[in-house]
Design a protein around this ligand. Structure first.
Ligand code: LLP
Length: 419
C-alpha cells in the first residue's frame, strides 16, 4: 500500500506512526493518506491525458464523502458522481463545482431533483421511464431544461459479489437496451429534458477489463441506433468500478483499464465524444486504514477470538459481503502466531472484521484494518448506540482531525421525551 507501510516493525501512514494517531485521537479511527488519494486520482488523470479522447473525471462520492476528501479531489479539478441531495450539498460545501456533477441513482426524489436543477448539475443519469417523466415535471416547474443520460443495463456479468454487481438484467439498475432505444425517442417529445448521454455501470470491485469491453460494445451499439434516429449523444459514461487489491487481487491500473476502452471507442468512430468515468473505491480504498485496539483475547474450546473496539457498525463490509481485508499490527512483534477471529463489541454473530488470521497478539495491541478508505466510514451506523469513529487525514508529518468521534449525547440530541 503506497504511503501506508512498515518502517522496521512500525506501521506508518506517510510519516506518522499508527500508534501516534491512536494516542492522539483514540480508537476506532479511520486514517487516510492524502498523498495516496492524490496519486490514485492522478493515475486516472494521466491515463486520460495519454489518450486523444476527452475523459471527464467524476469521483463517486459514495465511496468516501468526508469533506476533506472531496476538497482534495475538487482541487485536482475532478467533478463528482452523486446519488442524493445530501452528497451534492457535501460536494458544494467542499468547493466542488455543480457544473461537473453527475446525478446517479435509481430513486431520486422530486426534492432532490429540484435542488440539483437549481444548482445546475451537468447531467442526470436516468434509470426508468417514470423517472424521466418525473424529472420532466420537476424541470418544468423549475423553468429549467434537465440534461439527461439514459443508464442502460448492458446485462453483462462483471464477476463480482452479487450484492455489488449492478449490470445484470436481474438487477434493479438501468434500462434494458430495447427500452432505452424507445425511451430515447420519447425524450425528443419531452420539452424540459435534453438527451445528451448514455451511461452504464456494471458493478464494483471489478478486477478485469473484459466485462467493461462487453458492456461498452453494447452501449456503443445503442448510441449508433439512437443517433441513427436523430439523437445527439455527447458523452458516454462508463460508470466506476475498478477494483483494488484487498488481499491477492491483481486489478488493472487505470491506464490498463482505460486505454483499451478508449481505443475501442475511437476504433468504432466515437473518439470525438466525451467519456465520463466515476471511480470511487480505486481512489480512496487503499488510502485508508481503520485503527482499532484489542480489548480482550478470548479462547473457546474451538476458536481464538480477538475482541476489538471496532465493530460491524464501524466497518460493515466483512459482515455484509464476507469481504476480506488485511489486518496488521501497528507494532509487529516476534513470537508464535495463533489464528484469531477479529470480532467487535456489537451483539450480533455477524459482528466480525476478519477470520482465521495468524497474528502474534497481546491484549491492548493496536491493529490496522487495511484498505478501509472506501465504503468504510460512509457505511458506518450507530447500532448499539455507538458513536461513529473519528477520521484523520495524514499529510506528510501532519495529522489533521477531519471529523471528530461522535459522542453518545450527539446521537440522541434531537430525540424528544413524551410530554
Ligand atoms: N457509479 C455508480 C453509478 C455506482 O453505482 C458506483 C458504485 C460507482 C460509480 C463507484 O464504483 P466504484 O469505483 O467505487 O467501484 N458498498 C460496496 C460497493 C458498492 C458500490 C455501489 N456503486 C462495497 O463496500 O464493496
Amino acid at each position: 500500500h503506497p504511503h501506508i507501510d512498515y518502517v522496521g516493525s512500525t506501521l506508518k501512514i506517510e510519516q506518522v506512526t499508527a500508534s501516534a494517531v491512536a494516542a492522539e485521537f483514540g480508537t476506532p479511527t479511520y486514517v487516510y493518506s492524502r498523498a495516496s488519494i492524490e496519486e490514485a486520482a492522478q493515475r486516472y488523470s494521466q491515463a486520460a491525458q495519454a489518450s486523444s479522447v476527452h475523459v471527464a473525471l467524476r469521483y463517486a462520492v459514495k465511496a468516501n464523502s468526508n469533506l476533506a476528501v472531496l476538497q482534495l479531489l475538487a482541487r485536482l479539478g475532478w467533478g463528482f458522481d452523486i446519488v442524493s441531495a445530501g452528497e451534492l450539498k457535501r460536494v458544494l460545501a467542499a468547493g466542488g463545482e455543480a457544473g461537473k456533477v453527475v446525478f446517479s441513482g435509481v430513486g431520486k426524489s422530486a426534492d432532490d431533483m429540484r435542488f440539483a436543477l437549481d444548482v445546475g448539475v451537468e447531467c442526470f443519469n436516468v434509470e426508468s421511464p417514470s423517472e424521466l417523466a418525473a424529472l420532466n415535471r420537476v424541470a418544468q416547474a423549475a423553468g429549467k431544461v434537465a440534461r439527461v443520460a439514459l443508464r442502460v443495463n448492458p446485462d453483462v456479468d462483471a464477476g463480482t459479489h452479487p450484492y455489488i454487481s449492478t449490470g445484470l438484467k436481474t438487477n434493479k439498475f438501468g434500462i434494458s437496451q430495447d427500452q432505452a432505444a424507445q425511451l430515447a425517442l420519447q425524450t425528443a417529445q419531452l420539452e424540459q429534458v435534453q438527451l445528451v448521454g448514455i451511461a452504464c455501470h456494471i458493478g464494483s470491485q471489478i478486477t478485469t477489463v473484459e466485462p467493461y469491453l462487453d458492456a461498452l460494445d453494447k452501449v456503443l451499439d445503442l448510441v449508433e441506433q439512437m443517433e441513427h434516429k436523430g439523437a445527439k449523444i455527447e458523452h458516454i459514461d462508463l460508470g466506476g468500478g475498478l477494483g483494488i487489491r484487498y488481499t491477492d487481487e491483481t486489478p488493472p491500473t487505470p491506464q490498463e483499464w482505460l486505454s483499451p476502452l478508449l481505443a475501442r471507442i475511437s476504433a468504432r468512430g466515437f473518439g470525438h465524444r466525451t467519456v465520463v468515468i466515476e471511480p470511487g473505491r480505486s481512489i480512496v480504498g487503499n488510502a485508508g486504514v481503520l485503527l482499532t485496539r484489542t480489548l480482550f483475547l478470548k479462547s473457546t474450546p474451538v476458536k481464538h477470538f480477538a475482541v476489538v473496539d471496532a465493530g460491524m457498525n464501524d466497518l460493515i463490509r466483512p459482515a455484509l459481503y464476507s469481504a476480506e481485508q488485511a489486518v496488521v499490527l501497528a507494532e509487529q512483534r516476534e513470537g508464535s502466531a495463533l489464528k484469531y477471529d477479529i470480532v467487535g463489541p456489537v451483539c450480533e454473530s455477524a459482528d466480525w472484521l476478519a477470520r482465521d488470521r495468524a497474528l502474534v497478539l497481546e491484549e491492548g495491541d493496536l491493529l490496522a484494518i487495511l484498505s478501509s478508505g472506501a465504503y468504510g466510514m460512509v457505511m458506518a451506523s450507530n447500532y448499539n448506540s455507538r458513536g461513529r469513529p473519528a477520521e484523520v487525514m495524514i499529510d506528510g508529518a501532519t495529522a489533521t482531525l477531519i471529523r471528530p468521534r461522535e459522542t453518545p449525547e450527539q446521537l440522541y440530541a434531537s430525540e424528544r421525551l413524551l410530554p
